[in-house]
Write a protein that binds this ligand. Structure first.
Ligand SMILES: NC(=O)C1=CN([C@@H]2O[C@H](COP(=O)(O)OP(=O)(O)OC[C@H]3O[C@@H](n4cnc5c(N)ncnc54)[C@H](O)[C@@H]3O)[C@@H](O)[C@H]2O)C=CC1
Ligand SMILES: O=C(CO)COP(=O)(O)O
Length: 334
């Protein structure tokens, strides 16, 4: 793979573009705002999202999506989950034939309850083997600083996943392949919701036992949903499951965990949103779509339900704690 387009120049889009470029792949990064593209080309820095990180010379930027897409062998979609459909609809006529379409987004679409790979297949009218997802413990700022991490590239077409794996392997970024797209996507979407719950617990002043209990029970409810949707249960013990869940729930760099912490300390949703400075905390919306999906499938997801009620029905996080602990007693594996 010689040339890749990355569409979306936020924290993760810019960082993943840097990873590709560091791996020797030529990258064109699309930024919504022309001034961001100009600044990246001029100063080699995306000051809004990755201040202080110098981007490699084989990474160029543009605000013209057609230019970014021309000749790309892979198209990496790095916009928020809830805008992906609209963005891709605008781009679909210019997608190069046979390019691999790669989702970086971690969410479930409101209304349709679709995973990002499903949205991409539908909008771009491509078969499932042309769509890949990248998911794992990948806090952008750490990766941009060159700190070692691993990730998963999931695609039902193993050869496509391997091509992408080669295109983004660097001494600090180790991608594994996986054919379980459903499991990897659900792991990435659900962990944002669980991280909100962990943040709320921390904001309420609770310690590591509480957070570990939420992580573990959060993984249990994610796996229950996955089982219903045909995911491989072992995926949830891997990088896109437990790996990402632990990183996000524990890190002060996580926007979702930080957002939850603010709610736990008594901020309103609007105050927490304001403090995020326009950066996306996907779990705030995905808690509702995942909850609805679970309800439709008859899957019990009490933490997700509680996060939805705090975010969108005004439930006090303290009442959520009592409600979760006061549930009917049961066996761990039930
Ligand atoms: N930041 C991180 O550490 C990681 C983020 N992700 C996922 O990657 C996805 C993107 O996240 P980030 O880059 O971190 O978000 P971000 O908030 O840093 O940036 C989002 C980007 O999308 C653009 N954008 C926002 N609304 C748009 C719209 N309507 N149309 C077109 N572009 C729009 C923004 O201008 C910005 O460039 C999310 O689903 C997130 O969960 C996944 C792994 C790591
Ligand atoms: O997905 C991420 C780490 O893998 C980033 O998490 P946040 O969106 O909560 O910052």
């Amino acid at each position: 793979m010689e040339r890749v387009a990355v569409l979306g120049a936020g924290s993760w889009g810019t960082t993943f573009a840097k990873v590709l470029a560091d791996a020797g792949t030529d990258v064109v990064l699309w930024a919504r705002r022309p001034e961001v593209a100009d600044a990246i080309d001029g100063s080699r820095v995306n000051a809004d999202y990755l201040p202080g990180v110098v981007l490699p010379e084989n990474l160029s930027a543009t605000s013209d999506a057609g230019k970014a897409l021309a000749g790309a062998q892979a198209v990496v979609l790095a916009v928020p989950s809830q805008t992906l459909r609209g963005n891709l609809t605008a781009w679909r006529d210019r997608l190069p034939a046979d390019a691999t379409l790669v989702s970086l987004a971690k969410g479930v679409e409101l209304g349709t309850l679709k995973r990002m790979s499903e949205v991409i297949r539908e909008v771009a009218s491509v078969p499932e083997d042309r769509v890949a997802v990248v998911s794992g413990p990948n806090l952008a700022k750490e990766i941009a600083a060159g700190q070692p991490t691993a990730t998963v590239i999931a695609c039902t077409d193993h050869d496509r996943a391997v091509d992408l794996q080669h295109a983004c392997s660097t001494p600090y970024f180790r991608p594994y392949t996986n054919v379980d797209v459903v499991g990897c996507e659900l792991g990435g979407a659900c962990k944002n919701v669980i991280a909100l719950a962990c943040g709320m617990a921390a904001g309420l002043g609770f310690g590591d036992n509480t957070v570990a209990s939420i992580i573990t029970r959060g993984l249990a409810e994610t796996a229950r949903l996955g089982e219903e949707l045909g995911a491989d249960p072992l995926t949830f013990a891997g990088l896109a499951g437990l790996g990402d869940l632990v990183a996000t729930c524990a890190s002060p760099l996580s926007r979702n965990r930080t957002f939850g912490e603010r709610l736990g300390r008594g901020d309103t949703l609007a105050q927490a949103q304001e403090a995020a400075h326009g950066q996306v905390a996907e779990g705030v919306k995905s808690c509702s779509s995942i909850r609805e999906l679970a309800e439709r499938l008859g899957v019990d997801m009490p933490i997700t339900e509680g996060v939805h009620r705090v975010c969108h029905e005004g439930l006090d996080p303290r009442v959520l704690t009592a409600a979760l602990l006061g549930r009917e007693r049961k066996a761990e594996r039930e």
